[in-house]
Design a protein around this ligand. Structure first.
Ligand SMILES: Cc1ncc(COP(=O)(O)O)c(C=O)c1O
Length: 409
């Protein structure tokens, strides 16, 4: 079983994988390489145990520390920890003042949460196509989609590759639009020396279990303005006045006021206990994924597969996903057959992502069609993500490479 929601394994192979015609699998069932497996070390385990022993499990001082540490890592003025990136996106859109009837432009190549967050805020998502090379929101397509009702642009730094922030910031500025960055893949990402999540009004991060650092479930919002960060903090905890989480502390009960109809989106100290130590290793793990990326690039150079484009000059790619495009006409194997063969070889794989308009809900509700965003449609139908976690050993990476080569035959 894989814990990646977007991994193909569990959904597409309900029955146990059959033995490979090429002989025994690269990895037997008991050593199945889970896609996006987190790397958890002793310090995290001890910190979680300390939280449990302290009796303070909910939002508290460890959350406050993770917020401070993350803001310092990003060089951002304000950080608010929440329960997920989905919550971060939802609250950012609300704090940006976006209202029902307003339109928010985003990419067709993203996880459903990006679009759902816009819908949760009551706004109307407008999905546009991506650049076929970078897989990121195409600024020209975004500009062409602007209407008098457009209020915001919500780019996703896909796979950890920064969007063209020069073009997107200029567009937002010129047209008076809010900019909310979906940085779920982009903790270490930079564009011309500036860190992802600090370009826009809000930057939203995910600490889901497969992400570059994890708190199990978790997320963070970076806000440019103090009043926006304060608004998000209030909305994340039922709409109770700031610092309401301290009400059960040792300074005696504190009354709070409910000042908005908020949500239950707060992060727990138990989660932050993991995050504090994960953040401390985020750069070392980035280096490890960079090595794995280079190794894959070299190993697959002779295969009839499209590898990820090299990072653009003067940028820093977060190396969150390594995606191969399997074009059946060229590769001699369909994408879904390739996924099946990788699973049979004992390697967990993912699909990031079928383009948003492929899903029935959006087709039935909005009449969206995949053909309207052809680059995202093609990528979504050809893409396969292979394991790229810092938890991978050299031997694991060698198994992934062998499995990919075998899946091509
Ligand atoms: C691009 C993108 N945006 C948003 C999310 C939502 O993140 P979370 O699971 O933390 O809500 C994800 C998670 O996979 C994602 O990949």
């Amino acid at each position: 079983m894989t814990q990646s929601r977007s991994s193909a394994g569990a959904e597409m192979h309900p029955s146990p994988p059959a033995a490979s015609p090429a002989g025994p699998p690269v990895r037997p069932k008991e050593r199945f390489l889970v896609f996006g497996a987190p790397r958890i070390e002793d310090a995290e385990i001890e910190e979680v145990a300390a939280s449990l022993r302290s009796g303070w499990l909910g939002s508290g001082p460890k959350v406050a520390r993770l917020e401070r540490d993350f803001a310092a890592y990003k060089g951002a003025p304000h950080a608010v920890a929440v329960h997920s990136c989905t919550a971060a996106l939802h609250l950012s859109i609300l704090a940006a003042g976006i209202r029902p009837g307003d339109e928010v432009i985003t990419t067709a190549l993203t996880f459903c949460a990006t679009v759902n967050a816009i819908l949760h805020a009551g706004a109307t998502p407008v999905v546009v196509d991506v650049d076929p090379r970078t897989m990121n929101l195409d600024p020209a397509a975004a500009e062409a989609a602007i209407t008098p009702r457009t209020r915001a642009i919500l780019p996703v730094h896909f796979a950890g590759r920064p969007c063209d922030m020069d073009a997107l910031c200029a567009l937002a500025e010129r047209r008076g639009l809010a900019l909310v960055e979906d940085c779920a893949h982009a903790i270490e990402t930079e564009h011309r020396g500036r860190k992802a999540g600090t370009f826009g009004d809000f930057g939203c991060f995910s600490f889901y279990v497969t992400k570059n650092m994890t708190t199990g479930e978790g997320g963070m919002v970076l806000a440019r303005r103090e009043e926006d960060a304060a608004r998000i903090k209030v909305l994340a905890l039922h709409g109770m006045s700031k610092d309401a989480w301290k009400r059960f502390g040792d300074e005696g009960f504190k009354h709070y006021s409910v000042v908005a109809c908020g949500f239950k989106y707060n992060m727990m100290d138990l989660q932050a206990a993991l995050g504090i130590h994960q953040l401390g290793r985020v750069e070392a793990w980035w280096q490890r994924r960079r090595e794995l990326w280079a190794r894959y690039d070299e190993a697959f150079a002779d295969l009839p597969l499209e590898r990820p484009a090299a990072p653009e000059p003067d940028t820093r790619h977060a190396f969150h996903l390594y995606t191969l495009l399997v074009d059946e006409a060229r590769a001699g194997v369909s994408r879904d057959r390739f996924l099946e063969r990788m699973t049979r070889e004992g390697i967990g794989v993912g699909v990031h992502y079928l383009s948003v308009p492929e899903h029935p809900y959006y087709q039935e509700t909005f009449g969206w069609r995949p053909e309207a965003t052809p680059n995202a449609m093609r990528i979504g139908r050809q893409t396969v993500s292979i394991p790229l976690s810092a938890a991978l050993s050299d031997a694991d990476a060698a198994d992934v490479i062998t499995a990919v080569r075998r899946a091509m035959n």
